[in-house]
Design a protein around this ligand. Structure first.
Ligand code: PLP
Length: 408
């Protein structure tokens, strides 16, 4: 497969000038749009004359011009025919799953997923909609194949999993999903630019744009990147899950994200450069560090094979401190004494963010779920930032680590 550069693809999308020829696109704030001929209304409501089909805009929950500019850029990023922007990552995920599955249908999902997604699949969807999920070790595609049933509509994984940092073998999983007549849905929140799952066979790529893509921890947003017919179904005015559930992206949020996309590649490269440097140094100190850029990571070769060249291995790493107490002591020292980063959930910020997964973003998982996902009570997840110099930050990290006994 030829090398792909997602930032080049985004740059090739037609530039959207502002209303008065400004270099920045305009924010279209109208929630409703004027239709010039009354006779056009029925066709607009049947989706036959949308803005992408030479028609006009209708209503903000359906299409907004500013949001549509961002959607085109995200489709280029993920190399899908189309994209649709949502109010959050969870809105994108739940919309896609409710569109793909009816009551009685079945999902096969990785057993290591973001806690909110795990709770949606494990508890919410079976209770509210009668959609069941079987969780398996998706690093072994044969286990996914064995879990498929007649009713399986979706195979669901994260490209790089939260927080265990396992890498999905997207080509192998796509074969399994397609043999079963199911869709492969990949959450690429942890690895935008680094990985392009649709180029390796994923049918739908979902994002929490809240994280690396926006990169400023100042808004919550999501996106679905998919073939045109799937996107069309999601916002079908009469039947679409996103249209009827209504998690629409605000045009002001779309504008902010569109302004930050041009430096997404630079940011990912720097997050990755620093994460690799810290991971190597921590490994050399004998710490239990997990980073897919390290050669001893079980998926390092797979990631090297699938990754777009030049953007590194991502900005996320974990350290297993053995116990909750040691994990908490490390985070408090690093934040309150050293100023190394912030004890905060989320990821992809300019500064380093640290959280203890079992007590926070994976707290939805029950004991069995935590064990299956390999999340120990002392696992500290770090989203490595790029402020300050590497050497100053490393000195802070070393001092913080020195103050806390490491192994149980
Ligand atoms: N997917 C992953 C991998 C996440 O880490 C998160 C949130 O942490 C989400 C989805 C949900 O995104 P949002 O908070 O934007 O709804």
């Amino acid at each position: 497969m030829t090398a792909f550069d997602p930032m080049r693809a985004i740059a090739s999308v037609r530039h959207e000038f502002g209303e008065h020829g400004g270099v920045n696109l305009s924010i279209e704030t109208s929630s409703t749009f004027t239709v010039m001929q009354a006779g056009a209304m029925p066709e607009l409501f049947q989706g036959m004359r949308g803005p992408e089909a030479g028609g006009c805009y209708l209503y903000g929950r359906h299409f907004n011009p500013t949001v549509l500019v961002l959607a085109r850029q995200l489709a280029a990023l993920e190399q899908t025919q189309a994209a649709y922007c949502t109010a959050s990552g969870m809105a994108a995920i739940s919309g896609v799953l409710l569109q793909a599955c009816d009551t009685g249908d079945h999902i096969v999902a990785s057993d290591t997923l973001y806690g909110g997604t795990w709770a949606l699949l494990h508890d919410f969807l079976p209770t509210k909609a009668g959609i069941r999920t079987t969780f398996v070790d998706a690093t072994q595609p044969e286990k996914v194949a064995a879990a498929v049933t007649r009713r399986t509509k979706v195979v669901y994984v994260e490209s790089v999993s939260n927080p265990s940092l396992r890498v999905a073998d997207v080509p192998a999983l796509a074969r399994v999903a397609h043999d079963a007549g199911a869709l492969l849905v990949v959450d690429n929140t942890f690895a935008p630019v680094v990985l392009s799952p649709a180029r390796h066979g994923a049918d739908i790529v979902v994002h929490s744009l809240t994280k690396f893509v926006n990169g400023a921890s100042d808004l919550v947003a999501g996106a679905v990147c998919a073939p045109r017919d799937i996107i069309d179904r999601l916002f079908d005015l009469h039947h679409g899950a996103l249209m009827l559930l209504g998690p629409t992206m605000d045009p002001r949020a779309a504008y902010e994200i569109a302004m930050r996309l041009p430096h997404l590649g630079l940011r990912m490269r720097e997050h990755g450069r620093r994460a690799l440097a810290f991971a190597e140094r921590m490994r050399d100190r004998g710490l239990r560090v997990t980073y897919p850029g390290l050669e001893d990571h079980p998926d390092h070769a797979l990631l090297q094979r699938l990754a777009n060249p030049g953007y590194g291995f991502g900005g996320m790493l974990t350290i297993d401190m053995g116990t909750t107490e040691r994990a908490n002591a490390l985070m408090e020292t690093l934040q309150n004494q050293e100023g190394f980063g912030y004890m905060a959930v989320s990821l992809g910020y300019a500064d380093t963010l640290m959280s203890c997964s079992a007590a926070s973003t994976s707290s939805e998982l029950d004991e069995a779920g935590l064990a299956e996902a390999g999340i120990s009570p002392g696992l500290v997840r770090l989203s490595i930032g790029y402020t300050g110099t590497i050497e100053d930050r490393w000195a802070e990290l070393e001092r913080g680590l020195a103050g806390v006994p490491v192994h149980a």
